[in-house]
Design a protein around this ligand. Structure first.
Ligand code: KG4
Ligand code: ZN
Length: 333
């Protein structure tokens, strides 16, 4: 991928403030300020997120430019997450980008956060299309048929929670902390994944559902408390390993069904949950079984980041897709 442009990417849809610079298809810097204020609440508090974005955003952009050895004058366009996400968080990123775009008189590009997660794959890979991409994040779980950057069709979607939410809420139920995905997968390393079983929900076609498994974990934990079954650390690890395995099985079942239905040339795995090692391993097994190329972004491009916004921005810039100053953020995909 070598678009002849230098783009500043800005991401602020949830609780990470991020900025990156891409130059002719190469990521020169990719910076992120994570917000620790949410940890004690066990989830993102929107008002606190927007306040933290407001204080982080200029220093993060400055640093991203500095590392890339660029000044604002070298930037051809500014790409920013327009949605979906938290309104207060998106407004900080979008308005900062608008201000910069007016200041340097360069175009403003609105990026769809989900399309950017998929575009993260284009940073380091030459993709064979059509690709069936499994997008797994804290807010979304989708199967997407990707014909090109500009043509992506959602062919499967969650009807309730996202898989990342199932990890986060599961960890909250077990009092393990936030964000739950990395914590559960760390504990799971010492557990036996075949100890407990949590049921999959029946869904139509390629759709997903994760509210049932979360409730069954809740009932399971309640029963342990009622029965006064003391949880040793080893047992918690096995609960985590079993819960994680069931979530991964639910994802892989739909992915496999999608491969059979659409016969894609390749498969992709993107979004924050794609940082999960056992999921990456199962995904690789599926690719091997069906003998198709498979792509996963580098770890730093899996969870929310601005490099993916910058690369998506370079595609949109090339096709002349720019925002007006009156354009607003959107909270739903
Ligand atoms: O893509 P992302 O950074 O933000 C959204 O767009 O939502 O995804 C965040 C989600 C969280 O739910 C987090 O628990 C999950 O990704 N996550 C993981 C892992 N690392 C992050 N889930 C499972 N295993 C991991 N290693
Ligand atoms: Zn995301």
């Amino acid at each position: 991928m070598s678009h002849n442009s230098t783009i500043l990417g800005i991401e602020s849809s949830c609780d990470d403030t991020a900025a990156a610079v891409i130059h002719n298809g190469v990521i020169l810097s990719n910076l992120m300020a994570t917000q620790d204020v949410h940890r004690k609440y066990g989830g993102v508090v929107p008002e606190l997120a927007s306040r933290a974005h407001q204080s982080n955003i200029i220093p993060v952009i400055d640093e991203a430019l500095k590392i890339a050895n660029m000044s604002l004058q070298n930037i051809d366009a500014i790409a920013v997450t327009q949605g979906p996400g938290l309104m207060g968080s998106l407004i900080v990123g979008l308005n900062t980008a608008k201000g910069l775009s007016i200041a340097i008189n360069k175009p403003l590009i609105g990026v769809n956060h989900l399309q950017a997660h998929v575009a993260a794959l284009f940073i380091d890979h030459q993709i064979e299309f059509p690709m069936l991409c499994l997008l797994v994040s804290g807010g979304h779980t989708q199967l997407i048929m990707v014909e090109s950057f500009h043509q992506m069709n959602i062919v499967g979607n969650t009807i309730d929670d996202a898989v990342g939410e199932a990890f986060d809420k599961g960890a909250k139920l077990m009092n393990l902390g936030y964000p739950g995905g990395p914590i559960i997968s760390k504990l799971a390393e010492n557990g036996n994944p075949n100890t407990y079983s949590f049921p999959d929900s029946q869904t139509q076609n390629l759709d997903f559902s994760f509210s049932g498994i979360k409730t069954s974990l809740l009932y399971f934990l309640r029963k342990q408390i009622e029965n006064n079954t003391l949880f040793l650390e080893q047992e918690i690890s096995s609960v985590c390993a079993s819960y994680q395995k069931c979530l991964i099985d639910m994802l892989c079942k739909r992915l496999t069904k999608g491969i059979k239905q659409f016969n894609p040339k390749s498969i992709g795995l993107v979004g924050g949950v794609s940082a999960n090692q056992p999921l990456r391993a199962e995904f690789a097994k599926i690719a091997l079984k069906y003998n198709i190329p498979s792509y996963i972004p580098k770890f730093e491009y899996c969870t929310d980041n601005a490099a993916m916004i910058a690369i998506a921005g370079s595609f949109l810039h090339q096709s002349g897709s720019h925002l007006k100053i009156s354009d607003l953020p959107y909270t739903r995909s």
